[in-house]
Design a protein around this ligand. Structure first.
Ligand code: DQQ
Length: 479
C-alpha cells in the first residue's frame, strides 16, 4: 500500500476505540509475523506478514514500514506479493533481510501448494521495490532422507566469508529442529545438519521462526513453538555447527505473543519485535476490518545467570505526554482506590515493596468496576499476572488469568512496567518476565486506573503514569 492509500485506510479505522494508537499495525486488514527486520542507512525497516485484502490470515504478502526512531512508522509500498505460477504463488511467508555487500536481500519462504521453499529478492532503490531472483526457489525442498514437518522461516547471517542459514522444521521422533545450511553467495546452499533439536514431549513437533545470534560470549536460539503457540529461548554455546544449550526460558508468558524476530542495530543492540495476535472471534475481526499488531521493540541482554533480560526500547520515551507521579504510599490489608488519572493509552512504571501479598494496578475500569483488568504480582505464588476475568463484558472473549513466574530476591523490589494501548497490554516485570495480552473492554467509559493490594505489607515506592502520544495521524482523542 502506498503512503497515501495507507493514510486513507488508517483514517477510515481511526475511530475504532480498540485500535492501538502507539503500536505498529498495518493500515488495515491482517498482519502476523514481523520479518525482514533491518536497519538500512540509519532507518529501521519493519516488514510483516500481511493479507492486504482481508482481516484474516491468507494470501500472504510482505507489508513494509520504515522508522527513523523506532517509535513512529511510515507505510511503504508492499514489498513482496505472490507471483502466480511461481514457487511463491501461494504466499510469501516469513524470512529475513541481510546486507549482501551493499545489496539489501530478502530470504523468504515461498509457498506453492503445501510445498515450502526458500526464495530471494533484492532491492536497488533503497528498499522501496523488490525484484525476485530468477533462480527462485534457491532451495526447493527439505534435505532428502529427513522425515520433516515444516520447512520455513529462513534466518540468515554472515560469518567470515560464509553465509549461514537456519530453517524452522521438525523431525519425526526428534521434535522441533533448526536445520543449518551454508553458502558462499546466498544462492547456492549446502545442508550441514540439524543445529539443534528439541524433544517432541516438551518442545513441540515443529519450530517456526528461528533466530540465532551471539549475545555477549553466548549464542541465543529463539523458536516459536507451533504446538502451544508460545516462544522459547535457549542460551548456550556453539561448536562444530552444533548448538548446546545451558539455559532456557520463555520469551513471553502471555498467550498473544508469537513469531518474534531479532535484529542487530548500529548500536549493536539486539532488538526484538513480535506479533501480538487477536483474542476475539473471526466475526469480530471482520467487523473491525483489521487484525494483528506488532509488539513494541524490545531490547535483549543477558543476565549473569545467562537468562534473557527483556526491556522496552528506550526510544519509546519519545511518546510520553503528560505525567503524573506518586510516591511512598502504604497500602492497607485490602486496598483499592482510583487514581486521579485515567486513560487507555498509557505507560505505567510502578515500584512496590512486597512480601507475600498481592498488589498491582487495575486498568480500563468502568465507573461501576464491572469492567476491569488487573495487572499485578502475587507474592505468595511468586507470579505476575494479567487477570482478564472481568476485562470485557462481551460474552465472546476469553475470561482467564495469564501468569508468569517472578521470584524476587531478598530485599528486591517489584518493578512493573506496563504499556496499555487500548486492546493491547504489554507487561515487563523486573526485566525477567514479560506478559503480553489482549483485552476488549466494551464500554467507552472503561478508562479508570486504580491501585490495589491485599494481604497487607505492601508499600508503593513510586508510580508514574504517562499519557502516550498516538503515532498515527487522524486520531482525535474524543470519547
Ligand atoms: N507464519 C508464517 C510462517 C510462520 C508462521 C506464515 C508463524 O512462515 O511459520 O504467515 O506465525
Amino acid at each position: 500500500m502506498s503512503g497515501w492509500e495507507g493514510a486513507t485506510a488508517r483514517q477510515r479505522l481511526a475511530t475504532d476505540p480498540l485500535r492501538p494508537l502507539y503500536h505498529f499495525l498495518p493500515p488495515a486488514n491482517w498482519m502476523n509475523d514481523p520479518c525482514g527486520l533491518i536497519q538500512w542507512r540509519g532507518k529501521y525497516h519493519l516488514f510483516y506478514q500481511h493479507n492486504p485484502n482481508a482481516p484474516s490470515w491468507g494470501n500472504i504478502h510482505w507489508g513494509h514500514a520504515v522508522s527513523d526512531d523506532l517509535a513512529h512508522w511510515r507505510d511503504q509500498p508492499i514489498a513482496l506479493a505472490p507471483t502466480p505460477g511461481s514457487s511463491d504463488q501461494d504466499g510469501c511467508w516469513t524470512g529475513c533481510a541481510v546486507d549482501d555487500n551493499g545489496t539489501p536481500t530478502l530470504t523468504y519462504t515461498g509457498r506453492r501448494g503445501t510445498q515450502e521453499n526458500v526464495c530471494l529478492a533484492t532491492s536497488s532503490d533503497n528498499l522501496l521495490t523488490w525484484k525476485k531472483n530468477v533462480h527462485n526457489p534457491v532451495i526447493s525442498a527439505p534435505p532428502p532422507g529427513l522425515d520433516t514437518s515444516g520447512f520455513r522461516d529462513p534466518y540468515v547471517w554472515r560469518e567470515h566469508d560464509r553465509w549461514y542459514m537456519i530453517i524452522g522444521s521438525g523431525i519425526a521422533d526428534a521434535g522441533g529442529t533448526v536445520l543449518l545450511y551454508q553458502s558462499p553467495n546466498l544462492c547456492d546452499w549446502e545442508y550441514i545438519g540439524p543445529l539443534f533439536s528439541g524433544d517432541t514431549a516438551q518442545h513441540s513437533e515443529m519450530w517456526e521462526c528461528p533466530n540465532f545470534f551471539r549475545l555477549g560470549d553466548k549464542h541465543v536460539l529463539i523458536v516459536s513453538l507451533w504446538r502451544g503457540r508460545y516462544v522459547s529461548y535457549f542460551v548456550g554455546t556453539r561448536a562444530d555447527h552444533k548448538f548446546t544449550p545451558q539455559q532456557q526460558g520463555v520469551i513471553d508468558y502471555g498467550d498473544r505473543f508469537f513469531a518474534p524476530q531479532v535484529m542487530v542495530d548500529d548500536r549493536q543492540r539486539r532488538l526484538m519485535f513480535g506479533w501480538i495476535w487477536e483474542g476475539r472471534s473471526m466475526q469480530a475481526q471482520r467487523a473491525a476490518g483489521w487484525a494483528g499488531v506488532g509488539s513494541l521493540p524490545r531490547v535483549l541482554t543477558l543476565a549473569p545467570d545467562n537468562t534473557l533480560v527483556t526491556e522496552p526500547a528506550p526510544e519509546l520515551t519519545a511518546l510520553r505526554g503528560a505525567r503524573i507521579h506518586f510516591y511512598d504510599i502504604s497500602l492497607d490489608e485490602t486496598a483499592s482506590f482510583g487514581l486521579p488519572v485515567e486513560g487507555d493509552c498509557v505507560e505505567i512504571q510502578a515500584e512496590f515493596e512486597v512480601t507475600t501479598s498481592t498488589c498491582g494496578l487495575k486498568l480500563c475500569c468502568s465507573p461501576d468496576d464491572r469492567e476491569q483488568t488487573r495487572v499485578g504480582y502475587d507474592g505468595a505464588a511468586a507470579r505476575v499476572f494479567v487477570d482478564r476475568q472481568r476485562a470485557s463484558l462481551s460474552p465472546e472473549v476469553k475470561r482467564d488469568v495469564q501468569q508468569g513466574p517472578l521470584q524476587l530476591a531478598t530485599g528486591e523490589t517489584l518493578k512493573l512496567h506496563i504499556f496499555l494501548d487500548r486492546s493491547v497490554v504489554e507487561l515487563f516485570a523486573n526485566g525477567r518476565c514479560c506478559l503480553t495480552s489482549r483485552i476488549y473492554p466494551t464500554r467507552r467509559d472503561s478508562q479508570g486506573i486504580k491501585l490495589f493490594a491485599h494481604g497487607g505489607g505492601v508499600r508503593l515506592l513510586s508510580l508514574d503514569v504517562w499519557q502516550m502520544k498516538p503515532v498515527w495521524p487522524y486520531y482525535k482523542r474524543k470519547r
